[in-house]
Design a protein around this ligand. Sequence first.
Ligand SMILES: Nc1ncnc2c1ncn2[C@@H]1O[C@H](COP(=O)(O)OP(=O)(O)OP(=O)(O)O)[C@@H](O)[C@H]1O
Length: 323
Amino acid sequence: MSHTTGATDATEATIEVRDLRKRFGRTLAVDGLSFTVEPGTVTGFVGPNGAGKSTTMRTVLGLDAPDSGQALIGGRPYHALRTPLLEVGALLDAAALHPSRRGRDHLRWLAHSHGLPMRRVDEVLEQVGMEQASRRRAGGYSLGMRQRLGIAAALLGDPPVLLLDEPVNGLDPEGIQWIRTLLRHLASEGRAILVSSHLMSELEDTADHLVVIGRGRLIADTAVADLLTAASGDRVRLRTSSRTEAMELLAREGGTVAVIDRDTLTVTGLPAERIVELLGASRVPFAEVGAHRATLEEAYMELTRDAVEFTSTPAADADEVTR
Ligand SMILES: Nc1ncnc2c1ncn2[C@@H]1O[C@H](COP(=O)(O)OP(=O)(O)OP(=O)(O)O)[C@@H](O)[C@H]1O
C-alpha cells in the first residue's frame, strides 16, 4: 500500500463477521455466521451456489442490512467509514458500465468524486493490464475485461481491505493465473482479502485460509495447509502397471486401497517402506511410491461429507433454506 491516499494502518485491515443473520422472506440466507479475515492473507470464501456468500459480502459492504449480528471493516460497520473507497475495495458484479463510456473515463469519474489524484487511474489500469483497452468504449469489452476494470476500480483508493465476489468468472487460463499473482502480491502488502468462489479448484495456489459455508452456516474456518495435511492423512500414492495384483496383495496385508486412475493407487494403513517391501518380495512392478498430497478439491469433498450432519436442517425448516 502506498499510504499516499491516507489508507488506514495495517492493524485496521480486517473483516469481521460476528453472528450474522439475514433472512429474505422464507429464505434464511445467512444463519449465525462468524469469521475474521486477517491482514496479509487471501481468505477463500467457499460454498455451493446459494450458500450465502454474496449476501455476506453485500452485508459487509452495507448493501444489505443484517437482521442481527455485525459485519465490520477495520472494526467499524461500512456506514461508519469516513472514506469508504480508501478503506475497502470491492468487486461484486463485473463493472456495470454504460456501453458508450470508456473504461478510463469511468475510473477518472470515480477518482474525481473521491478526491483521488488522476495518476491513480493510470496506476491501477497498468496494474490490471488495461492501459490500452481502457481507451475503448465499454460496449466492446469482454467479461474478462470488465472483471479487470472492476478490479481496477476496487484498487483505486489503495484500500487495506478487499472483497472480490467470484473474480475469476469470465477469465481465461492466463487471466486466472494473473489474478492469482495479483492477489498474492496484494496480500503480501498486508491487505486483508476475501475472495469468494463456488469452485475449490479456483482457490488452489491462491488462498492461505478458507472459510467454507453451506446454507448460511460455517462448515470450516481453516488454514489451507492444515486442511490439506488433514485430508492427505497417511495415504501413500504409487504407480504400477500391475494394478490388480498390487491391489490384491496390499489389501491382503491390511492396506485400504483406492484407485486413482489406470496405473495409480492410494493406500492407507501401510507405511511406504512396507509397501515397497511387499511389492518387491512378490515381484509386482511399481514406481513412484510416496506420500499422497490431497488436492483442495479432495479436501473440500471430505470436509463437506463430514459436515453433512452439521449442515442438514430439520425437515420442518427444509424448504426455508433451499433456493
Ligand atoms: N435479494 C434477495 N431476495 C430473496 N432471496 C435472496 C436475495 N438474495 C439472496 N437470496 C437468497 O439467499 C440465499 C443465499 O444467496 P447468495 O447469493 O448469498 O448465495 P451465494 O453463496 O453467493 O451463491 P452463488 O454462488 O450462487 O452466488 C439463496 O437462497 C438466494 O436465493
